[in-house]
Design a protein around this ligand. Structure first.
Ligand SMILES: [Zn+2]
Length: 226
């Protein structure tokens, strides 16, 4: 996670910075990261965000651990389990989260965004995370911002800024490279401070309510030239 000082320093503020993605290798590393993710879910649940484990890449594992699938999913922390049930299993209950993580330990966390959930998300493809934070700050908006790796053929090729907002209005606005995500939409959240395909650039502040979609859309609108 970057500090405010880091973001203000132009030398440490390149326009595009590829994420360093480190997937845990080996059972001990995986277990440690999965436990870390489970503890981060308590924080998310305390905001009222309903969450569930991400894909853990181990679905194809044979019973008894006899053989690993030849190509375990390399994007484990970016999407929910393929089963359609993820929308229904999201929860803020610590007990239910313990059960989910015991059944399907994962190092990624997926929140349910939009619809009746208390969070939604807005993806920005034309500005860097730092630019998004700066534009919002100019109009007094402090909102959580995620840096999410963009991936093609399992390789990280760039990043996308995702702003966590309070509502996903219908019809969904989409303008100047800013898209309010359709709902119910899985929002990948970090399960650790760094190392996965997603990280906080500006972490949530519980005392500051999430902004409305329209306010963020307006803040990110390109300046009009006279
Ligand atoms: Zn997967």
């Amino acid at each position: 996670m970057q500090s405010v000082q880091d973001l203000a320093d132009p030398l440490s503020n390149p326009r595009r910075r590829l994420m360093q993605v480190q997937r845990p290798h080996g059972d001990d590393a995986f277990r440690h990261r999965a436990e870390e993710a489970r503890s981060w879910t308590d924080l998310y649940a305390s905001y009222g965000w309903q969450v569930t484990p991400s894909c853990n890449g181990r679905r194809g594992q044979a019973p008894g651990g006899l053989s690993l699938p030849p190509f375990p999913c390399p994007l484990q922390d970016l999407h929910p389990e393929a089963s359609p049930g993820w929308e229904k299993e999201v929860t803020t209950s610590p007990y239910a989260l313990d059960v989910l993580w015991a059944e399907r330990p994962a190092y990624g966390v997926i929140a349910r965004g939009g619809g009746t959930a208390v969070v939604a998300s807005l993806a920005v493809d034309v500005l860097t995370c730092d630019e998004v934070i700066e534009r919002m700050a100019r109009v007094g908006i402090i909102a959580p911002v995620l840096r999410t790796a963009t991936v093609r053929e399992f390789r990280v090729i760039g990043e996308r800024a995702t702003v966590v907002i309070s509502n996903a209005p219908q019809p969904l606005p989409q303008a100047h490279g800013v898209t309010v995500q359709d709902w119910p939409h899985p929002v990948p959240l970090p399960g650790a401070a760094a190392g996965g395909h997603v990280e906080w650039v500006q972490a949530p502040v519980p005392e500051i309510p999430l902004p409305q979609a329209a306010a963020v859309m307006a803040a990110l609108r390109p300046p009009t030239r006279p």
